[in-house]
Design a protein around this ligand. Structure first.
Ligand code: CFN
Length: 533
């Protein structure tokens, strides 16, 4: 049964008036007759509501900084914050030509394990000592310090500790004041991490990889090996991958991030700051891509090739698309027979709820509800920023920019070019710069969009719309299981993957088909099945 305003009212009816008023703004039924539908997002969750969101520390350490493989990431705080952010996201990494195995630290967990006495008397000395020990034992190229809630509350100056350690040891020590309570979700942590990398790492390197088309992939985290699959495809088309930031990335490559021709942005939510800042500082254009789903993959590959406008690249891209599609489509078709017509509820963090809809469409499935934990309005409504050129390489007037959150120049989309204006204009003609469509536009009338869903709404909506499968996170998957509805976990993919690219689409198709047909779900009686009308 389709969702209507009246039925939504039934979900909200148990709330006190002020909560109801608030939550109403976070729920939206797609209606293309309305020119630009708006939704409230990126606002504080009402205290007491069981949200699926994470914290600022999770966004900084867990999401953006943690996957950098050749840095030692020290969690300055209680051991629990370190333990629960250790390995659970399944962002994979391995040694490569510039990073030997002894410099890959991702399987390890580092923390100052603050105790009561450290909270009372301060933890700076303990942190400094830990850095000394870590350098002595592991000889890392660089270190990060990520602050957890108590560090901010007691006022440890992690930046001073980092500066002193940097001088003592001659390696970079980056401090991130990403205390969990900052902002309203993990989104604040993405921003802090982006700024820190931009100020301290990007632009510090001098090595440009050889190749005609050198590109970066931003906002790809190599969960379950997604990044490796995307890299495989792009290499076959003829690109040189300068850096995947941060999945399987290294601080060495991040320092050279500016020495590429184009930034591809897979997750717009977590990395748009760096994409925007690099456009502003280096005049490097960025293109929003989506490598989730066969048709989305093909479309993204075509758009990337168009940016360079080289006929032989376009031709080669078409060959790769044709070959890969011919290889995977029989498998997709096989599973489509099982999945066709099934409905899905997709609720993930800040970009996957949109990306995965394309893969579900490949399988003939309909997304009846989709939502984000912490996305901003632009992730829902789309965004178009037309940059204004403030200076170019010929005018030799590039200011020394210091990047701060919500910087005015970035908000206004000003560009300071490090290339001649003609070259930039040439690129601009081919690239829809700074444009991102947003999720609402790609959904269909009558489908429900929901921001920061809570436990109550989740249960009520599943009960009401009876989706065949729910795509969830690590906590909400159990709500769905208890209701007798199968789920796939779209954050870490639990134990599987990759889901990206052509190979990933086949794995995803098989698992979704298995999930919706597994006999186990017939042994669970969903609450609505037990109820007598
Ligand atoms: S890998 Fe990404 S794709 S980075 Fe972000 S917004 Fe999280 S960890 Mo979980 S799966 Fe999720 Fe996105 Fe970007 Fe992952 S939808 S919530 S902070 N996310």
């Amino acid at each position: 049964m389709a969702i209507t305003d009246e039925r939504l009212e039934e979900v909200l009816v148990t709330y006190p008036d002020n909560v109801k008023k608030n939550r109403k703004k976070h729920l939206l039924i797609k209606n293309s007759a309305e020119a630009c539908q708006q939704i409230e997002a990126n606002t504080r969750t009402i205290p007491g509501i069981i949200s699926q969101r994470g914290c600022c520390f999770a966004g900084c350490k867990g999401v953006v900084i943690g996957p950098i493989k050749d840095m030692i990431h020290i969690v300055h705080g209680p051991v629990g914050c370190a333990y629960y952010s250790w390995g659970t996201r399944r962002n994979k990494a391995r040694a490569d030509e510039t990073t030997p195995p002894e410099n890959v630290y991702l399987p390890l967990c580092f923390t100052t394990d603050m105790q009561e006495s450290d909270i009372v008397f301060g933890g700076e000395k303990k942190l400094a000592k830990m850095i000394d020990e870590v350098v002595e034992i592991f000889h890392p190229r660089a270190i990060s310090i990520c602050a957890t809630c108590p560090v901010g509350l007691i006022g440890d100056d992690i930046n001073a500790v980092a500066r002193a350690a940097q001088e003592r040891h001659g390696i970079q020590v980056l401090a991130f004041n990403c205390e969990g309570y900052k902002g309203v979700s993990q989104s604040a942590g993405h921003h802090i991490a982006n700024n820190g990398l931009m100020v301290n790492a990007v632009g510090k390197g001098t090595v440009r990889k050889s190749g005609k088309y050198v590109i970066n992939i931003l906002g790809e985290y190599n969960i379950g090996g997604d990044g490796w699959e995307i890299e495989r495809i792009l290499k076959e088309c003829g690109y040189t991958i300068n850096c995947i930031l941060p999945g399987d990335g290294s601080i060495l490559n991040i320092r050279n991030l500016h020495l590429a021709d184009l930034n591809l942005v897979q997750c717009h939510r977590s990395i748009n700051y760096i994409a925007g800042m690099m456009e502003a500082r280096y005049g490097m254009p960025w293109l929003k891509v989506n490598f989730i789903g066969v048709s989305a993959c093909a479309r993204s590959l075509r758009e990337v090739a168009q940016c360079f406008g080289d006929e032989s690249l376009i031709q080669r891209t078409e060959e790769v698309i044709a070959r890969e599609t011919a290889r995977v489509m029989p498998v997709i078709e096989h599973y489509r027979k099982i999945c066709q017509g099934k409905t899905a509820f997709v609720f993930v963090g800040g970009s996957r709820s949109h990306h995965y809809q394309y893969l579900l469409r490949d399988l003939g499935m309909e997304t009846v509800v989709a939502g984000y934990e912490f996305a901003h309005r632009d992730d829902y409504e789309g965004r178009e920023v037309l940059p204004t050129i403030k200076a170019d390489a010929d005018s030799k007037n590039i200011p020394d920019l210091h990047f701060e959150p919500d910087d005015e120049f970035y908000q206004e989309g000003h560009v300071y070019l490090n290339m001649p204006k003609e070259k930039y204009d040439e690129l601009r003609k081919r690239i829809p710069l700074g444009y991102y469509e947003g999720m609402i536009k790609s959904m269909e009338d009558g489908q429900l969009i929901i921001d920061d869903v809570n436990h109550h709404e989740f249960e009520e909506i599943v009960r009401m719309l009876k989706p065949d499968i729910v795509f969830t996170g690590v906590r909400d998957k159990y709500i769905s299981h208890k209701m007798g509805v199968p789920s796939r976990q779209l954050h870490s993919y639990d134990y599987t993957g990759p889901y990206a690219g052509f190979n990933g689409a086949m794995i995803f198709a098989r698992e979704v088909a298995n999930a919706v047909t597994t006999p186990a779900w017939r042994l669970v009686t969903a609450p609505w099945e037990a109820q007598k009308e």
